[in-house]
Write a protein that binds this ligand. Structure first.
Ligand SMILES: *Cc1c(COP(=O)(O)O)cnc(C)c1O
Length: 383
């Protein structure tokens, strides 16, 4: 047998304690009477579905949203109890799997609503389309079902919709969607209404209804940009210097010679590239941190490497084997996304897929997590 050697060029750290702190910060912000549901879809935005779900439950989160049935079943097989809602899957086909694993379907169209009534599945959530043109029943279909008595027989526990422009506070689409949602909410009078995701939290009380569904804010992303920012950064990304070379003045660095030295330079070759999930658009735009120094990324990003200019940094700090920091408290995922013009969620999901993850504060968690069972009907809530 060959020994298993891990090169360990890249360290992608996820601070579970910071995710918990962000959950608590949002809970405090929305105040009593508004539930904060944790969105852990897409492998918890690349940060690890099971570990993040456990951390959230441990922090008091009692409702999780996943992307699909596969994610929900992974949580159940990892002994994550508690309420799990599935944003989108084939409920008509897999209804039995939902029921036997105690999963809550989000009903996104009339056919699924038909399958709910045919099987009497409870609880379920109803998604209403108010201006995103993705999933959800049209308001006319909701009204038709309402007046035909469907919801008297099979009331949804949560009525939800999704905002398209909530990261732009002044965008009139927000008011339009809120007013449409408000009309459905007033008609149906559900126990729980839910319109806002992370950025919607900062739009104010009139957007919170009874529950907010937050993903990116939990992971330290602050797409609403309101200051002061109450969220903590969650990830730290470091990579190892593999080699250092002297490069003469006017030499090209990297593919396409997109960078040319203007002086005799010292260049460090760092063991991280686009295969680890960093956007190629970072080329010539961001810097790595070496202790208190900043080392610009020069030339294009390679698949497994990048080059940084360390001419002005003491040699003792940046020899082969030293680590440099790409992301952390001083330069966050939001900062990177803004600097290179990409979506911060995309950066996180790609890093999560491309790097081996290492968790901080996971010792806070026991292996088995029993969440408080949720009661979904209005009159029998017993908290
Ligand atoms: C992804 C998603 C969320 C969470 O969005 P964030 O902006 O990351 O908080 C909430 N609701 C729905 C329907 C989503 O698809």
């Amino acid at each position: 047998m060959l020994p298993l050697v891990r090169s360990g060029n890249v360290v992608f750290e996820i601070n579970l304690g910071a995710i918990q702190a962000n959950f608590q910060a949002i809970t405090a912000l929305v105040g009593l009477g508004v539930k904060v549901a944790g969105v852990v879809k897409s492998d918890a935005y690349g940060l690890g579905l099971v570990d993040v779900a456990r951390a959230l439950i441990h922090a008091g989160c009692d409702l999780l949203f996943v992307a699909n049935l596969d994610e929900a079943l992974l949580l159940r097989s990892s002994h994550v109890d508690g309420a799990i809602a599935v944003f989108c899957d084939d409920f008509a086909k897999f209804g039995q799997l939902y029921r036997s694993n105690n999963l809550i379907p989000v009903v996104n169209n009339c056919a699924e609503l038909g399958a709910i009534s045919a099987t009497g599945t409870q609880p379920y959530f109803l998604n209403v389309e108010t201006g995103f043109s993705r999933f959800g029943l049209a308001i006319a279909d909701v009204r038709r079902a309402y007046f035909s008595g469907t919801f008297d027989r099979y009331p949804p526990s949560v009525v939800l919709s999704h905002l398209a422009c909530s990261e732009r506070v002044a965008d009139p689409t927000n008011v339009l969607q809120r007013n449409r949602f408000r009309a459905v909410y007033d008609l149906m009078k559900p126990t729980w209404g839910s319109l806002a995701a992370s950025a919607g939290v900062w739009l104010g009380k009139s957007y919170h209804f009874d529950m907010v569904r937050v993903g990116s804010a939990l992971y330290g992303l602050h797409d609403a940009g309101i200051r002061p920012n109450p969220l903590q950064p969650v990830v730290r990304l470091r990579a190892k210097i593999l080699d250092v070379r002297n490069v003469a003045r006017r030499e090209a660095v990297g593919y396409g010679a997109t960078f040319r030295t203007v002086r005799a330079s010292r260049v460090a070759i760092v063991g991280i590239g686009y295969k680890h999930g960093l956007p190629c658009a970072c080329a010539n735009k961001i810097s790595a941190r070496v202790a208190a120094y900043s080392a610009p990324l020069i030339g294009t990003m390679c698949m497994e490497n990048m080059m940084i200019d360390i001419t002005d940094i003491p040699e003792a700090l940046c020899g082969p084997g030293n680590f440099v920091e790409l992301l952390g408290n001083d330069f966050t995922v939001d900062d990177l996304a803004a600097a290179v013009g990409v979506n911060p969620n995309e950066v996180l999901t790609r890093l999560g897929a491309g790097c081996t993850r290492r968790y901080l504060n996971s010792s806070l968690l026991s292996t088995r997590h029993r969440a408080y069972p949720m009661q979904w009907t209005a009159t029998t809530r017993s908290e």
